[in-house]
Design a protein around this ligand. Sequence first.
Ligand code: COA
Length: 158
Amino acid sequence: MREDSVAFSLRPGVHEDYAALYRLDQACFAPGIAWSKAELEYFLKYPGNLSIVAEDEAGRIVGFAIAGRQRRQGALLGRLITIDVDAALRRRGVGRRLLGEIETQFRGIGAVAVLLEVAVDNTAAQEFYVRHGFARTGRIPGYYLGRIDALAMEKPLG
Ligand SMILES: CC(C)(COP(=O)(O)OP(=O)(O)OC[C@H]1O[C@@H](n2cnc3c(N)ncnc32)[C@H](O)[C@@H]1OP(=O)(O)O)[C@@H](O)C(=O)NCCC(=O)NCCS
């Protein structure tokens, strides 16, 4: 972690955050890959979804993560929908804390693994996930915009 680390705290996301999350998501992803306002609003209010916001001391949102739940052969799984960190504040542990909190909360409700998809050209995120124990489980052709493949990744929650 860099020495100029950022002071931030985590809290659950609430419906009113959706506009700030939208702005951050737009800055993190290309048009067509970034979520729409309506999608983010839906994710924030969908029952059972987890949303965690990282806020600096001034109350500015510097990162967030949203995840849903699904079942596979009866077992509960977490599915990371997105994790976004302000580009100016990356490599300072915000992503690590957000992901850690998502994993802790999923473990707490008995989830056995966390799944996600990441674009094949998003090598920074892939390295982040590998560093945090995710392994590649497959490739999904044309997952983004019908032309960019996704890698499916998974981490068991021991
Ligand atoms: C992926 C992302 C969330 C990581 O957030 P972050 O706050 O920068 O991550 P952290 O500082 O907690 O990084 C933890 C570790 O992950 C790895 N890592 C993170 N970013 C990395 C990068 N760009 N290249 C290589 N390794 C990286 C490193 O091992 C890092 O530890 P270190 O800084 O001590 O070397 C952030 O880059 C981001 O928001 N990207 C744009 C949105 C995105 O692509 N999200 C994923 C969607 S699937």
